[in-house]
Design a protein around this ligand. Structure first.
Ligand SMILES: Cc1cc2nc3c(=O)[nH]c(=O)nc-3n(C[C@H](O)[C@H](O)[C@H](O)COP(=O)(O)OP(=O)(O)OC[C@H]3O[C@@H](n4cnc5c(N)ncnc54)[C@H](O)[C@@H]3O)c2cc1C
Length: 506
């Protein structure tokens, strides 16, 4: 979704006349992890890209169809010899499509060149070299928008598709971020120039996170900005000698997240099956047979009865974005007290996120659900999270108007409110689906402490089986990040051998 720092475009332009085509693929948009809000965002990106290319004298063609079918149509319009695209780490559907494109190219004598665009490495031989490769790529010079000669081939004008014409459920997010490179650059500049001072200390609370976080995720996922461009702009800001220490710390922490972006995507690139099955096969069968449709429905419709959870889901429905901690909390609530398998929950959340990036998403879904076999189990208590990150209840009251009059004492646990207080604040707490007069708040979907205890016990019992213990090392080899032990965490002076030891995290 950019002409700047676009290796595919630069290489194609250097070879001769260029035809720029964006293919809207029906099979992609029918996948369970896509949604109208993503499609709406994409249309805005395409409009912006149209303008970027028009400034270069080239027309953007938006074509609807499956890729190989469109390539055949293109070959009929004009025989071409080269196809340039970026490497993509997408979902299972796009992986299969890429294999079909490779077959089509082989059959039609077309040379398909896929260009690197992030720090994700195709056919990575070993994780040990990954960080060095990432750094090398991020330090390479950015490519300018190329000078292009438009291809004079005939191609019929097509109307850009609208979401309703696809016949899928509408799911717009009225308060989502705006798509396109122009909006992306404004967001990057406002973060680097002003907002990054709030990054340290501001990203965990759902209240401050909306402005303290960079908000670059949809622009990175859709390619409105290149990862290298963001890394280099951040380094440039960091090189300013008069930068205040708080901003400096914030930008250093932000740079680690940019690294994580590719680190997590690398997991799916190296093992595409983690979209479908547990990263550690020793966890197979743990939740699969226990699907509880009511639990899922209560989560999806923001009626769990736990105010912070329901406020987060409501915000997600409206904006298509949540900060990391609240995403992790939602998945933890789904995976432990509600005991839901990550796959169905992951499809629903993927569609909710405008910034859906399969590599990050599925790795995180498994990590927060405890099925990677290599991560510490993190179980978030939604009551404690609310007390820590929304102590005055501003966030909860903003997204759940029904609770606005509930006094602070009961705001995060309304089911404990005495009847007299319920009458005073006009909120009746009762079972979901019962007959209620006036404003109703549902009782919690399950007893939180008891359900969490049961879930932890089940997980830990599985973790201690020989099958799980034995399978761990192979996953560490393939997926864990390599990081030298930070000096502050060492308990004693290290020997030379220990100094070279690797700490496994994530
Ligand atoms: C269950 C779950 C699912 C997630 N799904 C996605 C997803 O589909 N797409 C997505 O971009 N992020 C995802 N994340 C990671 C993270 O929550 C978002 O990247 C972040 O909230 C985006 O906001 P931001 O751009 O303001 O983040 P910032 O804090 O400003 O971070 C800057 C960039 O670093 C990257 N980043 C930040 N945190 C992480 C992380 N923990 N892992 C990997 N990369 C990170 C993102 O590209 C982000 O845009 C997920 C996290 C969880 C727990």
């Amino acid at each position: 979704m950019r002409t700047h720092d676009n290796a595919a475009l630069a290489c194609a332009a250097a070879l001769g006349p260029v035809m720029c085509v964006y293919i809207v693929e029906p099979s992609y948009w029918r996948s369970p992890d896509t949604s109208q809000r993503q499609f709406d965002f994409l249309r805005e990106c395409l409009r912006d890209l149209f303008v970027q290319l028009k400034a270069c004298g080239v027309r953007l063609h938006v074509v609807t169809g499956e890729v190989t079918e469109v390539l055949t149509r293109l070959q009929h319009a004009h025989t071409f010899s080269h196809l340039h695209s970026h490497e993509e780490t997408g979902n299972g559907m796009t992986y299969e499509r890429d294999k079909a494109v490779a077959r089509w190219c082989a059959t039609h004598g077309v040379r398909w060149q896929e260009h690197v665009q992030t720090g994700v490495v195709r056919r990575l031989p070993s994780r040990n070299t990954w960080t060095a490769l990432w750094t090398q790529r991020m330090q390479a010079p950015q490519l300018s928008t190329p000078v292009m000669t438009p291809a004079p081939w005939p191609w019929p004008e097509e109307r850009w598709p609208d979401w309703p014409s696809w016949g899928l459920a509408p799911d717009a997010a009225p308060q989502r971020q705006t798509g396109g490179r122009q909006a992306a650059i404004q967001t990057l500049q406002s973060f680097l120039n002003t907002r990054s001072g709030q990054y340290r200390g501001g990203i965990s609370s759902p209240l401050s996170a909306t402005s303290a976080c960079s908000r670059l995720s949809p622009y990175l996922s859709w390619g409105c900005l290149s990862m290298r461009e963001v890394v280099q702009a951040t380094e440039q800001t960091l090189s300013q000698p008069d930068l205040d220490p708080w901003t400096r710390k914030g930008l250093v922490a932000f740079t680690s997240r940019l690294h994580w972006h590719c680190h997590f995507m690398q997991k799916l690139e190296s093992e595409p099956a983690i979209e479908m099955r547990n990263m550690h096969r020793g966890y197979d069968g743990l939740r699969e047979g226990d699907w509880n449709a009511e639990h899922f429905e209560r989560l999806r419709t923001a009626t769990t009865g736990w105010p912070l959870v329901d406020a987060c889901v409501t915000m997600l429905q409206q904006t298509g974005w949540l900060n990391f901690r609240m995403r992790a909390m939602l998945v933890s609530v789904a995976a432990y007290p509600l005991w839901l398998h990550w796959k169905e929950v992951g499809h629903w959340l993927a569609g909710q996120f405008v910034d859906y990036e399969p590599g990050i998403h599925w790795s995180q879904m498994q990590m927060q659900s405890g099925t990677t076999g290599i991560n510490t189990t993190r179980v978030y208590n939604p009551i404690k999270q609310a007390q820590d990150h929304d102590p005055q209840g501003v966030f909860v009251r903003r997204w759940l108007p029904v609770l606005r009059q509930v006094p602070d004492t009961w705001l995060f646990e309304p089911w404990k409110m005495p009847p007299s207080v319920q009458a005073q604040c006009g909120v009746v707490v009762g079972p979901q689906g019962g007959a209620h007069v006036g404003a109703h708040w549902p009782e919690p979907v399950v007893d939180l402490p008891a359900a969490t205890r049961t879930a932890k016990a089940l997980l830990h019992a599985r973790r201690n089986t020989p099958q799980v213990r034995e399978g761990k090392q192979a996953i560490i080899e393939q997926h864990a990040s390599r990081r030298a032990t930070p000096p502050t965490k060492r308990r004693h002076t290290p020997t030379a051998v220990e100094d070279k030891q690797i700490q496994w995290d994530f």
